[in-house]
Design a protein around this ligand. Structure first.
Ligand SMILES: Nc1nc2c(ncn2[C@@H]2O[C@H](COP(=O)(O)OP(=O)(O)OP(=O)(O)O)[C@@H](O)[C@H]2O)c(=O)[nH]1
Length: 270
């Protein structure tokens, strides 16, 4: 039996830590044990204590000060340092066997869309520590209800999915910030959007990129980037629904891996 880990990813300020806290709170209510693994070397103090905290190994402020690096360079340095000290992570995680670990990732999405540090950590967790992992990628509702931003957010999420090669769930945060009737109606279309229809809306705004927009819409459609689970951070039913999706896709991927380890994942089946 492998251990279950959930990666919580998404741009800065999207609500990752709030989501992690909601999961912990919900788990405590239903009597399951869960822990937060903080992978952000610049994290602020959190409502729930981090069980494993990268800042015990290295902190962004120290790196910036000692190596005279800016925040982005220092962040990459921190992850490269973690890669060289994975035995630290093994020891910290070592004792948590039957429990749910939630990995709170930094908001600098290039760590999981461009450079291979997070994918390397993922492989280590899977191969050395026997984790079954699931990725959740958060996007803000007020951002996504603009069709062109929906495509840009979906491409980032897709990029993370391709780089990490994990079962992947898109989550829509900050629904409560959409208050007026017009935008609430609009939001409904984005919970299960039709990329081809949305592409037409982008074309209206910018006919110059018609062909490119259609191609992106096709790609987003083909890759199954079309479903977003609504997150209401204070609503236990919403958290329970997302957790059951996480359980389902993780179990599905595990069964698939056991059946046909080298086969391509068929997104249609997920
Ligand atoms: N209105 C509203 N605010 C939210 C929600 N979720 C988070 N926030 C607020 O958004 C801000 C950022 O939330 P965090 O959970 O720290 O976001 P994060 O993605 O972890 O941020 P970084 O770690 O800096 O990338 C905080 O002020 C939260 O209170 C939500 O569902 N609704």
């Amino acid at each position: 039996m492998s251990r279950v880990g959930v990666l919580v990813m998404g741009p800065a300020g999207v609500g990752k830590s709030t989501f992690c806290n909601s999961i912990i709170s919900h788990m405590q209510t239903i009597g399951r044990r869960a822990h937060i693994v903080n992978l952000d070397p610049a994290a602020e103090p959190n409502k729930y204590e981090f069980t494993v905290d990268i800042r015990d190994l290295i902190s962004l402020d120290d790196v910036m000060e000692e190596l005279d690096l800016g925040p982005n360079g220092a962040l990459i340095y921190c992850f490269e340092y973690l890669m060289k000290n994975l035995d630290w992570l093994d020891e910290e995680i070592g004792d948590y066997n039957d429990e749910y670990l939630i990995f709170d990732c930094p908001g600098q999405i290039e760590l999981y869309t461009h450079i291979p540090v997070l994918p390397n950590i993922v492989r280590h967790l899977q191969q050395q520590l026997n984790f079954s992992l699931c990725a959740t990628y958060l996007m803000e509702a007020p951002f996504i209800i603009d069709s062109s931003k929906y495509f840009s957010g979906s491409l980032c999420a897709m990029s993370a999915m391709i780089l990490l090669e994990l079962p992947h769930i898109n989550v829509l945060s900050k629904l409560d910030l959409i208050k007026d009737e017009y935008n609430r109606k609009k939001l409904k279309r984005f919970l299960n959007p039709d990329p081809m229809l949305l592409a037409n809306e982008v074309e209206d705004v910018n006919p110059k990129f018609q062909k490119l927009t259609k191609s992106i819409a096709n790609l987003v459609d083909d890759f199954g980037m079309v479903q977003f689970l609504p997150l209401e951070a204070n609503n236990p039913d919403s958290i329970e629904t997302i957790l059951s999706y996480i359980d389902d896709v993780t179990q599905w991927a595990e069964n698939q891996e056991q059946k046909e380890p080298n086969d391509q994942i068929d997104i249609e089946e997920m």
